[in-house]
Design a protein around this ligand. Structure first.
Ligand SMILES: CC(=O)N[C@H]1[C@@H](OP(=O)(O)OP(=O)(O)OC[C@H]2O[C@@H](n3ccc(=O)[nH]c3=O)[C@H](O)[C@@H]2O)O[C@H](CO)[C@@H](O)[C@@H]1O
Length: 369
């Protein structure tokens, strides 16, 4: 028994793997979770990202090599689009030459600008290629790229169906940071110096202006509970509070402590935020970002809401009065909160990063695209 196991470990030790994509926290954080799982199994992980994404800071900080390429989004007028297309074409050429040199056993696209050119280049070289789709509704690029890859690995079960029959989609869940599963309320409260009950408000990796303004007003005078508002870089400088029990932060590297300390969480419907709350198991009010054409955050949220794991609050209904009322209603309902928290916890996917890593390594060992 030990012989085949040892031989597979030995080949993982030598294997190099490329993870491509990034942009926002929603793409970079799960990518890093997969990278950690791969590194633990002895593989060498190299990232391809864009020069403008969050990966620029987070990937080297986690100790991985990053090739940052100049890339841009397709949104905007014809000049911008043309420039984005030129950058895309150049990125495919650059990825092909990097992949030719690195000779990875497998490539994973996680979404974001660098994902598609790397996947296209890897396919053209016959390298085993995967995509991880974080959202319940696959984006246009992943839908098209899905047909090219060996497997599309999805965070939400619904996404598999939405890819259609021509794509091999496998539900693996959302790669989530380990600390989220380990955090406990008492320790978190003590570490953060917070007096319970605690309300946590955060709007994804970049913040959410509508929620930020409503929360600053709703909790800005005085509250019989603690409020932590993680505002994001863009909105942080414009927010203030007179309430000594209301903390406004720019970003939290240790979000697991804040989630573990919380009784009620108000979040956007980003896939990362939702699965992070699920990992800790807390009662959440979800306010989906309303301006995505495909309503991806509403559909992400619905998966949890339909399973009794979260409450929905449409963005158009968010103002200081409604936000405070909804938070206090939930704070006053111990049983309702417990039920939401426990259903939320049951939807967490603690094995997702391992699953993605295992599939990539197995494909790399097989050596076929
Ligand atoms: C507006 C927008 O385009 N949003 C998309 C983006 O969201 P965005 O990048 O905001 O993503 P997510 O909610 O998916 O993830 C944010 C991640 O950042 C973490 N975090 C956030 C704040 C903080 O202080 N500390 C911290 O660690 C969260 O815990 C979470 O893990 O990517 C997601 C995944 O494709 C999509 O579902 C969202 O629709």
């Amino acid at each position: 028994m030990s012989v085949p196991e040892r031989s597979s470990e030995a080949s993982d030790l030598r294997m190099r793997v490329v993870i491509a994509g990034g942009g926002t926290g929603g793409h970079v954080i799960p990518a890093l979770c997969v990278a950690e799982a791969l590194r633990e199994r002895g593989a060498e992980v190299v990232f391809f990202g864009s020069e403008s994404g969050l990966e620029r800071a987070l990937v080297p900080e986690a100790g991985f090599e990053l090739h940052a390429l100049p890339l841009a989004g397709l949104a905007g007028g014809p000049v911008r689009r043309a420039r984005a297309l030129v950058l895309f074409a150049r990125a495919v050429v650059r990825c092909r030459s990097l992949l030719g040199r690195l000779r990875p056993g497998a490539v994973l696209g996680v979404g974001g600008y660098a994902s598609a050119p790397a996947v296209a280049a890897a396919r053209s070289l016959g390298i085993s290629t995967f995509i991880h789709e974080q959202n319940s509704v696959p984006g246009k690029v992943n839908r098209a790229a899905g047909r090219l890859v060996r497997e599309v690995l999805v965070a939400f079960p619904d996404a598999a169906r939405r890819f259609g029959r021509s794509v091999r989609a496998v539900h693996v869940g959302m790669p989530t940071r380990r600390q989220l599963f380990q955090a406990t309320r008492e320790e978190a409260l003590r570490r953060l110096g917070l007096e319970p009950p605690v309300v946590l408000v955060f709007g994804g990796s970049g913040g959410a202006l509508n929620i930020n303004l409503a929360a600053a007003e709703a909790f800005g005078e005085s509250t019989p509970y603690s409020v932590v508002q993680i505002a994001g870089r863009r909105d942080f400088p414009r927010l203030s509070t007179r309430n000594p029990r209301h903390r406004i932060l720019e970003y939290a590297g240790n979000i697991w402590d804040y989630l573990a300390a919380a009784d009620v969480v108000v979040i956007r419907g980003g896939a990362g935020s939702l699965f992070d709350v699920a990992a800790v198991g807390r009662a959440a009010i979800v306010v989906p970002y309303p301006h995505h054409r495909d309503d991806q955050q509403l559909l992400n949220a619905r998966y949890f809401v339909e399973r009794g794991a979260a409450e929905l609050l449409p963005d158009r209904e968010v103002d200081a009065k409604t936000l405070r009322a909804r938070v206090e209603e939930l704070l006053g309902d111990d049983e309702g909160r417990r039920a939401l928290a426990s259903s939320m916890r049951s939807l967490a996917t603690p094995r997702a990063a391992e699953e993605v890593a295992g599939r990539m390594l197995a494909a790399g060992r097989e050596g076929t695209g």
